[in-house]
Write a protein that binds this ligand. Structure first.
Ligand code: ZN
Ligand code: ZN
Length: 163
Protein backbone atom coordinates (compact mmCIF):
# COMPACT_ATOMS: atom_id res chain seq x y z
CA UNK A 1 0.00 0.00 0.00
CA UNK A 2 1.21 3.50 -0.83
CA UNK A 3 2.40 5.88 1.85
CA UNK A 4 1.78 9.61 1.76
CA UNK A 5 4.87 11.46 0.54
CA UNK A 6 4.19 14.28 2.97
CA UNK A 7 2.84 12.97 6.28
CA UNK A 8 3.92 9.33 5.93
CA UNK A 9 0.44 7.88 6.64
CA UNK A 10 -0.60 4.74 4.80
CA UNK A 11 -3.19 5.70 2.17
CA UNK A 12 -6.20 3.44 2.68
CA UNK A 13 -8.81 5.16 0.51
CA UNK A 14 -8.58 7.73 -2.23
CA UNK A 15 -5.38 9.68 -2.33
CA UNK A 16 -3.83 11.65 -5.14
CA UNK A 17 -0.79 10.93 -7.27
CA UNK A 18 1.69 13.39 -8.71
CA UNK A 19 4.67 12.25 -10.77
CA UNK A 20 4.85 8.90 -9.02
CA UNK A 21 4.46 10.36 -5.52
CA UNK A 22 1.35 9.50 -3.53
CA UNK A 23 -0.44 11.81 -1.10
CA UNK A 24 -3.49 11.49 1.21
CA UNK A 25 -5.29 14.45 -0.38
CA UNK A 26 -4.68 17.78 -2.08
CA UNK A 27 -3.67 19.36 1.20
CA UNK A 28 -0.80 16.90 1.64
CA UNK A 29 0.00 17.24 -2.06
CA UNK A 30 0.50 20.99 -1.91
CA UNK A 31 2.55 20.70 1.29
CA UNK A 32 4.48 17.78 -0.08
CA UNK A 33 4.98 18.97 -3.63
CA UNK A 34 8.52 19.84 -2.68
CA UNK A 35 9.10 16.11 -2.27
CA UNK A 36 9.73 16.06 -5.98
CA UNK A 37 12.48 18.69 -5.71
CA UNK A 38 13.76 17.30 -2.44
CA UNK A 39 15.35 14.31 -4.08
CA UNK A 40 18.15 16.59 -5.24
CA UNK A 41 19.13 17.54 -1.67
CA UNK A 42 22.32 15.68 -0.65
CA UNK A 43 21.70 13.15 2.18
CA UNK A 44 24.54 14.51 4.36
CA UNK A 45 22.91 17.97 4.34
CA UNK A 46 19.58 16.43 5.41
CA UNK A 47 21.40 14.44 8.11
CA UNK A 48 23.05 17.48 9.69
CA UNK A 49 19.85 19.62 9.62
CA UNK A 50 17.83 16.75 11.13
CA UNK A 51 20.38 16.31 13.91
CA UNK A 52 20.30 20.02 14.70
CA UNK A 53 16.49 20.06 14.95
CA UNK A 54 16.46 16.85 17.00
CA UNK A 55 18.87 18.25 19.58
CA UNK A 56 17.35 21.76 19.57
CA UNK A 57 14.45 23.23 21.53
CA UNK A 58 10.79 22.63 20.71
CA UNK A 59 9.51 25.27 18.24
CA UNK A 60 6.09 25.31 19.96
CA UNK A 61 6.77 25.43 23.70
CA UNK A 62 10.47 26.37 23.55
CA UNK A 63 11.05 23.47 25.92
CA UNK A 64 13.81 20.89 25.73
CA UNK A 65 13.86 18.17 23.11
CA UNK A 66 14.33 15.63 21.77
CA UNK A 67 12.36 17.21 18.97
CA UNK A 68 10.91 14.96 16.29
CA UNK A 69 7.89 14.60 14.02
CA UNK A 70 4.65 13.79 15.82
CA UNK A 71 1.71 13.12 13.53
CA UNK A 72 -1.84 13.69 14.77
CA UNK A 73 -4.88 12.44 12.87
CA UNK A 74 -8.42 13.74 12.80
CA UNK A 75 -11.77 13.19 11.14
CA UNK A 76 -15.01 15.15 11.15
CA UNK A 77 -18.31 14.58 9.37
CA UNK A 78 -21.48 16.36 8.34
CA UNK A 79 -24.21 14.06 6.96
CA UNK A 80 -22.73 12.33 3.90
CA UNK A 81 -19.54 14.35 3.95
CA UNK A 82 -16.55 13.14 5.93
CA UNK A 83 -13.16 14.80 5.94
CA UNK A 84 -10.05 13.20 7.39
CA UNK A 85 -6.52 14.45 7.53
CA UNK A 86 -3.14 13.84 9.15
CA UNK A 87 -0.97 16.61 10.49
CA UNK A 88 2.76 16.16 10.99
CA UNK A 89 4.32 18.58 13.44
CA UNK A 90 7.94 19.08 14.41
CA UNK A 91 7.82 19.45 18.20
CA UNK A 92 8.72 17.82 21.51
CA UNK A 93 7.01 14.72 22.84
CA UNK A 94 4.59 16.53 25.16
CA UNK A 95 3.43 19.00 22.48
CA UNK A 96 2.92 16.01 20.16
CA UNK A 97 0.85 14.22 22.80
CA UNK A 98 -1.34 17.28 23.34
CA UNK A 99 -2.17 17.42 19.63
CA UNK A 100 -2.84 13.71 19.39
CA UNK A 101 -5.14 13.85 22.42
CA UNK A 102 -6.93 16.95 21.10
CA UNK A 103 -7.52 15.42 17.68
CA UNK A 104 -8.65 12.13 19.24
CA UNK A 105 -11.28 14.02 21.25
CA UNK A 106 -12.34 16.01 18.19
CA UNK A 107 -12.64 12.85 16.07
CA UNK A 108 -14.63 11.02 18.75
CA UNK A 109 -17.13 13.89 18.93
CA UNK A 110 -17.36 14.95 15.26
CA UNK A 111 -16.12 11.91 13.33
CA UNK A 112 -19.13 9.59 13.48
CA UNK A 113 -21.86 11.74 11.93
CA UNK A 114 -21.16 10.91 8.30
CA UNK A 115 -22.33 7.78 6.48
CA UNK A 116 -20.48 5.63 5.54
CA UNK A 117 -17.00 7.16 5.83
CA UNK A 118 -17.45 8.63 9.29
CA UNK A 119 -18.10 5.17 10.71
CA UNK A 120 -15.12 3.73 8.85
CA UNK A 121 -12.58 6.51 9.38
CA UNK A 122 -13.27 7.45 13.01
CA UNK A 123 -11.84 4.22 14.50
CA UNK A 124 -8.94 4.37 12.04
CA UNK A 125 -7.94 7.96 12.86
CA UNK A 126 -8.43 7.40 16.60
CA UNK A 127 -6.40 4.19 16.33
CA UNK A 128 -3.60 6.04 14.56
CA UNK A 129 -3.47 8.62 17.35
CA UNK A 130 -3.43 5.90 20.01
CA UNK A 131 -0.64 4.15 18.12
CA UNK A 132 1.28 7.43 17.84
CA UNK A 133 0.89 8.07 21.56
CA UNK A 134 1.99 4.55 22.47
CA UNK A 135 5.01 4.33 20.19
CA UNK A 136 7.06 7.51 20.27
CA UNK A 137 10.00 8.12 18.02
CA UNK A 138 13.36 7.09 19.44
CA UNK A 139 14.77 9.85 21.69
CA UNK A 140 18.35 9.00 20.72
CA UNK A 141 18.31 9.82 17.01
CA UNK A 142 16.19 11.66 14.42
CA UNK A 143 13.46 9.46 12.96
CA UNK A 144 12.92 8.62 9.29
CA UNK A 145 9.96 11.01 9.34
CA UNK A 146 12.11 13.88 10.59
CA UNK A 147 14.61 13.19 7.84
CA UNK A 148 11.72 13.24 5.37
CA UNK A 149 10.33 16.56 6.64
CA UNK A 150 13.78 18.19 6.63
CA UNK A 151 14.42 16.92 3.10
CA UNK A 152 11.05 18.34 2.04
CA UNK A 153 11.69 21.75 3.60
CA UNK A 154 15.12 21.99 2.01
CA UNK A 155 13.51 20.90 -1.26
CA UNK A 156 10.94 23.69 -1.16
CA UNK A 157 13.69 26.23 -0.46
CA UNK A 158 15.51 24.83 -3.48
CA UNK A 159 12.37 25.23 -5.61
CA UNK A 160 11.82 28.80 -4.37
CA UNK A 161 15.43 29.67 -5.13
CA UNK A 162 15.06 28.47 -8.71
CA UNK A 163 11.96 30.56 -9.43
ZN1 ZN B 1 -0.66 12.82 3.98
ZN1 ZN C 1 7.03 21.35 23.02
Amino acid sequence: MAKCGYCGSTILFGGVEERGHHFCNNQCLSSGYAAVASEQVPPEVVESFAKEIHEGTCPICKGRGPVDVHVSHRVWSILVMTSWSSHPQICCRSCGLKRQLGNTALSLVFGWWGFPWGLVMTPIQVGRNVFGMAFNPSPTKPSEKLHGMVRMQLGSKLMAAKQ
